[in-house]
Design a protein around this ligand. Structure first.
Ligand SMILES: O=C(O)CCC(=O)C(=O)O
Ligand SMILES: [Fe+2]
Length: 318
C-alpha cells in the first residue's frame, strides 16, 4: 500500500485502540474489528475481497505501519501478553484480517488470545512450535487436527533482521501419482493437536488416548485442485494401514521438492490459505537481546458459525 494508505491504517488502529483499549473480550473485539475494517482504504478492501473470491495460495500486504518506537522483541508470548507488547501492530493485523475473514482463537493456545505473538522463547529452541528457532518448522497445515482450523493463517512481520524465511508449498504444485491421490482422498489418517495446544483444554475423543485427535482425509474438495491437510509431525496413518502410511511419506517427499520461501520484512503481512498451502519456517539463531524476529499471528475463518455449530457455543474462541 502507499504511504497515505499506510497512515490511514495506522490512524484507524489508533482510533480502534482508543475505543476498545487492550483486547480483553475477544468476541466483542472480533465483531468490532469486522465493523471497523469497513473503514480501511477502499483499495485494500477491494484487494482482500478479490483474494477471498479467487482463492490465491498466498496474499501479501506490504508497507503496513510498524512504529519506529517498537519495543524490544519479548522473549516469548507470555511476556508479550503480560506487557501488552505492540498493541498498535496487533490492531493493524486484526483490522486487515477482519477485512478478509473472521478472527478467532483457541482456548488451548496462547491462553485464548485472539492475536498471537510468534517470537523465539528460551528453552523452546527445538520445540515443534512457533516459539522454536534452531530447529526448522516442518511443513504443516495450521491446527491440522481440528475441523474448524483456520482458512487463513495471517503473519504480520514486526522484525526479521536476518531475513528468516517462512517456507510454503502450494498444493497445486504437487504432482502425485493417481493411486496415491486416491488413498489421500480417503479418511485413513489421524490428525493430532500440535504442541502449541495445552491438551488439558481439549476434548477427549474415543479414537485415541490423545485428546483432540481427529480422523480424516489428507486431500479433500475439488478433484482437480484439491485442498490439503498435512503435518508430518502431528499425523499418522490409521494403525495397520500401510498404504496410508506410504502415502504420507510420498506427500512429505513431494513437499520437499516444491519448497518456496517468503522472507517477510517489517510491515509485511501474509495471509496463507490454510487449505491450499502448507507452511513452515527456516531455522535461525535466537539472541534474546530484544532484536529477535517477531511476528504477530491471527487465525481467520470464512465462517465463524461453523465454530458455534461444532462447539454449541456462540464464541470466537474454540
Ligand atoms: O514463523 C513463521 O514464519 C511461521 C511460524 C508458523 O508456522 C506459525 O506461526 O504458524
Ligand atoms: Fe504455522
Amino acid at each position: 500500500m502507499n504511504d497515505a494508505e499506510s497512515r490511514a491504517v495506522g490512524d484507524l488502529a489508533d482510533e480502534f485502540l482508543d475505543s476498545f483499549g487492550p483486547m480483553r473480550d475477544p468476541a466483542k473485539i472480533a465483531a468490532a474489528a469486522t465493523v471497523a475494517a469497513q473503514r480501511l482504504p477502499s483499495r485494500i478492501r477491494e484487494f482482500l475481497a478479490r483474494a477471498r473470491a479467487e482463492e490465491p495460495a498466498v496474499t501479501v500486504l506490504s508497507n503496513l505501519p510498524v512504529q519506529e518506537s517498537l519495543e524490544p522483541t519479548p522473549v516469548g508470548w507470555e511476556l508479550a501478553s503480560k506487557l501488552g507488547a505492540a498493541q498498535r501492530e496487533e490492531t493493524v493485523l486484526l483490522l486487515c484480517g477482519a477485512a478478509l475473514a473472521e478472527p478467532f482463537g483457541w482456548i488451548s493456545q496462547q491462553a485464548g488470545r485472539l492475536v498471537h505473538d510468534v517470537c523465539p522463547t528460551p528453552g523452546e529452541e527445538t520445540s515443534l512450535t512457533s516459539a522454536s528457532s534452531t530447529l526448522a518448522l516442518n511443513f504443516h497445515t495450521e491446527d491440522v487436527f481440528h475441523p474448524c482450523r483456520c482458512d487463513y493463517v495471517s503473519l504480520f512481520c514486526l522484525r526479521n533482521p536476518t531475513q528468516v524465511g517462512t517456507t510454503i508449498v502450494r498444493t497445486d504444485a504437487l504432482d502425485l501419482p493417481a493411486e496415491i491421490r486416491a488413498v489421500l482422498f480417503q479418511e485413513r489418517f489421524l490428525f493430532l493437536p500440535d504442541d502449541s495446544h495445552s491438551l488439558s483444554s481439549l476434548p477427549a475423543t474415543p479414537e485415541s488416548e490423545t485428546p483432540g485427535t481427529h480422523r480424516g482425509a489428507v486431500l479433500f474438495g475439488p478433484a482437480d485442485a484439491p485442498y490439503l491437510r498435512f503435518d508430518i509431525d502431528f499425523m499418522r496413518a490409521v494403525p495397520g494401514d500401510q498404504e496410508a502410511s506410504e502415502a504420507i511419506d510420498a506427500v512429505q517427499a513431494a513437499l520437499l521438492e516444491h519448497t518456496e520461501r517468503i522472507a517477510l520484512s517489517p510491515g509485511e503481512l501474509v495471509f496463507v490459505d490454510n487449505y491450499r498451502v502448507v507452511h513452515g519456517r527456516e531455522p535461525f539463531v535466537s539472541r534474546y537481546d530484544g532484536t529477535d524476529r517477531w511476528l504477530k499471528r491471527l487465525n481467520l475463518t470464512r465462517d465463524a458459525r461453523r465454530i458455534s455449530a461444532l462447539t454449541g457455543k456462540r464464541s470466537v474462541i474454540i
